[in-house]
Design a protein. Structure first.
Length: 112
């Protein structure tokens, strides 16, 4: 047996509770549609969650409206203002357009 305890774990550390605490499960399936939409979006976008942010936001809002989780400002959950998101998307698109993956050289360098 290893010195760290069963399964290699350290017996001296106490478990840390979740940051948000526990919250009720959706036993009445009140937010199933929002959850399904989010999961479908993830599957169709090869699990790139950034493309499904609106579905994720709707699911969390549904849970808050039905007291399945504590109300919290969406910005605290990682959802920025809409104009901030558009700015980030434009910057990412600009970076992607400047870089050509096959050569690793920027398109500006190719044009000179």
């Amino acid at each position: 047996m290893s010195a760290g305890g069963a399964f290699g774990g350290n017996r001296g550390l106490r478990p840390v509770p979740p940051e948000k605490g526990v919250f009720p499960l959706d036993h009445n399936h009140e937010c199933d549609l929002a959850k399904k939409d989010y999961i479908d979006c993830l599957k169709s976008s090869t699990y790139q969650s950034e493309r499904c942010r609106n579905f994720s936001k709707k699911y969390l809002e549904c849970r808050m409206e039905r007291n399945l989780m504590a109300r919290q400002d969406m910005s605290e959950l990682g959802f920025r203002k809409e104009y901030d998101i558009k700015d980030l998307e434009e910057k990412n698109e600009k970076i992607e357009n400047e870089h050509t993956p096959s050569t690793g050289v920027t398109s500006k360098a190719l044009s000179t």
